[in-house]
Each structure stands twice: as structure tokens, then as C-alpha cells.
Design a protein around this ligand. Structure first.
Ligand code: IMP
Ligand code: MG
Length: 182
């Protein structure tokens, strides 16, 4: 039985450990410290991008030392499974008003940048006072559109990852560490 550990269910190849629990916790703590300093006295709204960012967001916000409202958005893209296409829609928008607030998007991975470019443009229509990006993993070499990550956990080259909220065909989200799928 696979339970919560890596296994091969025929859905993906071998899993190789990329970022350990300790490395992730260290980066999350660092990001939370920096965000707590930068957003002190501001009206912070953390907007998690479902579903991939749910674990990262949960760990991050629990280490903030400043007040923060929590929101979620969900976007869907059409096209090849492992890569987003240009066609993206909002399937769940923010529900609390973010006009005049300091919005920090929390995303799992920035790959081509198409999803975040779309989301940034969408959230700008809600007229936030400021809008920045916090991402756990950046695959900068794969970028197709310009997106700058303001708060970054890890940079990586090419490769497909799972775990810590990140899935492959809805599998592996509950793994506590991040693995590369061969
Ligand atoms: P982008 O629009 O190409 O930047 O795609 C970003 C989204 O694609 C992420 O939020 C993930 O949902 C998904 N994605 C990109 N790379 C990976 C990966 O290595 N594993 C799992 N999902 C990924
Ligand atoms: Mg995603």
C-alpha cells in the first residue's frame, strides 16, 4: 500500500528526493520572516492559488508575525498535462474585497509564467494597493513570459516535481517532501 509515502502506482516514474522537510521548513521560515518585516503595518491579504499552494500557504501563514487575511483563487488552464497553455480561466475568484489591500499571491511553482501573468492581470482588476508574488519553486529557465517572483523558496532547472501540495494527476500532494518524477 502506498499510503502517504512515494510509490509507483503506474502514474509516474521513480520519485527522487529534491527538497527535504528540513530544507523546506528553513526556506518557509525565512520567507515568513521577510514577509512579516515587509508587510508590517500594511493590510496584507495572502491569496493562495489552489490547489498546489495549499500546504505551502498553511505552513507560511502560521509563521507570520503580523495579521493577514487568507484568500484562495483557482484557475484552470487547458492544454498538455504537464504544461499550461495560454488559455486560462478563473474558476474561483477572491471573495473578500481586496481593493486597497496589499495582496500577496502564494503559488507553488512558476514554470512558463503564463498562469501567474494571467492571475496578476486578473487581480489587478480588483484594484489592490499592491500586488506581489511569493512562490515556493521557480523554474526560471522555462519562462515564456516575464514574471518576477518577489519571494522565492527554491530555484530549480527543468524537471517535474511532486509533493508538499504539488501533484501529478492529483497524486502525491500529501507527501511531506518534494520529489522529482523521473
Ligand atoms: P505556468 O503557467 O507554466 O507557470 O505553470 C504553473 C503551474 O503549472 C503550477 O502552478 C503548477 O500547477 C503546474 N506545474 C508546473 N510545473 C509543475 C511540476 O513540476 N509539477 C507539478 N505541477 C507543475
Ligand atoms: Mg498551480
Amino acid at each position: 500500500m502506498c499510503s502517504n509515502r512515494p510509490c509507483n502506482s503506474g502514474m509516474a516514474g521513480e520519485l527522487q528526493l529534491l527538497f527535504s522537510k528540513k530544507e523546506i521548513a528553513g526556506q518557509v521560515a525565512k520567507l515568513a520572516r521577510q514577509i512579516s518585516v515587509d508587510y508590517a503595518g500594511k493590510k496584507l491579504v495572502v491569496v493562495g492559488v489552489l490547489k498546489g499552494a495549499f500546504v505551502f500557504l498553511a505552513d507560511l501563514v502560521r509563521q507570520l508575525t503580523i495579521p493577514a487575511a487568507i484568500e484562495f483563487v483557482r484557475i484552470a488552464s487547458y492544454g498538455a498535462k504537464k504544461e499550461s497553455s495560454g488559455e486560462i480561466i478563473v474558476t474561483k475568484d477572491v471573495e473578500i474585497p481586496v481593493a486597497g489591500k496589499d495582496v500577496l499571491i502564494v503559488e507553488d511553482i512558476v514554470d512558463t509564467g503564463l498562469s501567474l501573468k494571467f492571475l496578476v492581470e486578473h487581480l489587478q482588476t480588483h484594484k489592490p494597493a499592491s500586488l506581489k508574488i511569493c512562490a515556493l519553486v521557480d523554474k526560471k529557465a522555462r519562462r515564456k513570459v516575464e514574471i518576477d517572483v518577489d519571494y522565492l523558496g527554491f530555484a530549480m532547472a527543468d524537471g517535474f516535481i511532486v509533493g508538499y501540495g504539488i501533484d501529478f494527476n492529483e497524486q502525491y500532494r500529501a507527501l511531506p517532501e518534494i520529489f522529482v518524477v523521473d
